[in-house]
Design a protein around this ligand. Structure first.
Ligand code: ZN
Length: 272
């Protein structure tokens, strides 16, 4: 019995030290399992919280407490890639329970009552709103940078035939680690990015555009990004048939593919 207790204590102490060490030197990146939609959380080693999209519904309120420190009810900055419901609607739920330091979005025109409601709520709560542009980046903590790659110009009050292609695209840098977050960018926007950035799109990991659909993750785009790991935010048995089988095969040629429908919430600790 003593041996078992000793081993148990040793495991606890080792785990505790490991946890403390991770907290003090690592950022945590979590691709949240919010069903069919996107929500990606970054917690810096200083405890700053950044969210990229907030998923389709109140699922975000179940997922966040599992990743955040107990009693933390604040998100410092939210990037809304585009105003589709599967990225935006969770933000409306989140605003009821969390304080939010600011929201970065493209300002694109989109006819949806929840988009209008969100802007109204943000104004009512005096939450600063920033219009994203590629030449304005966000230094969020020591060695943490969100480099906005798209839009090239302000999309405020601009019309888009396919609002997926208005997605805010950003390269997340945590120390030497890079992750390309492409919202729901489809092939038209991907080819624009390849034309403009070419090899500068190269990243350690990719958040696959548009839930791994066949309209995204084109081969020239993947040749530029060369992702060693790809994350696909997708709901189990979703009605859109996402992700596409061929798209997943293409992604697997470059590296490992993790999916929130199969793997649940995916967490990576990054040396910051
Ligand atoms: Zn989407």
């Amino acid at each position: 019995m003593k041996v078992i207790v000793a081993v148990f204590l040793h495991v606890c102490i080792v785990s505790f030290c490991f946890a403390v060490d991770l907290r003090s030197s690592h950022a945590k990146l979590a691709f949240l399992d919010v069903g069919q939609g996107d929500a990606i959380l970054l917690i810096t080693k200083e405890g700053r919280t950044i969210l990229f999209d907030a998923g389709p519904d109140r699922n975000i309120l179940k997922e966040l407490p599992q990743q955040l420190p107990v009693f933390q009810k604040r998100i410092d900055l939210i990037f809304l890639t585009h105003p589709h419901a599967d990225h935006l609607d969770g933000l409306l739920a989140l605003l009821q329970s969390y304080s939010v330091g600011g929201v970065v979005f493209t300002g694109v025109l989109y006819d949806s009552s929840n988009y209008q409601l969100l802007k109204k709520e943000l104004r009512a709560k005096n939450i600063p709103m920033f219009i994203a542009r590629y030449d304005e980046d966000f230094e969020l903590a020591e060695n943490v940078l969100v480099d906005v790659l798209f839009p090239f110009d302000s999309l405020e009050d601009k019309n888009f035939k396919n609002v997926n292609n208005s997605s805010l695209v950003a390269m997340l840098h945590v120390n030497d680690f890079t992750c390309l977050l492409s919202g729901d960018a489809e092939k038209e926007l991907e080819s624009l990015l390849v034309k403009y950035y070419a090899k500068d799109l190269e990243a350690d990991c990719l958040k696959a555009g548009h839930h791994g659909s066949k309209t995204s993750s084109t081969w020239p785009f993947l040749q530029s990004v060369q992702p060693q790991e790809t994350f696909v935010s997708v709901g189990r048995d979703n009605k859109y048939g996402h992700p596409n089988h061929d798209t997943i095969c293409h992604l697997q040629i470059w590296g490992a593919v993790k999916r929130t429908d199969n793997d649940g919430t995916i967490v990576r600790f990054l040396l910051q």
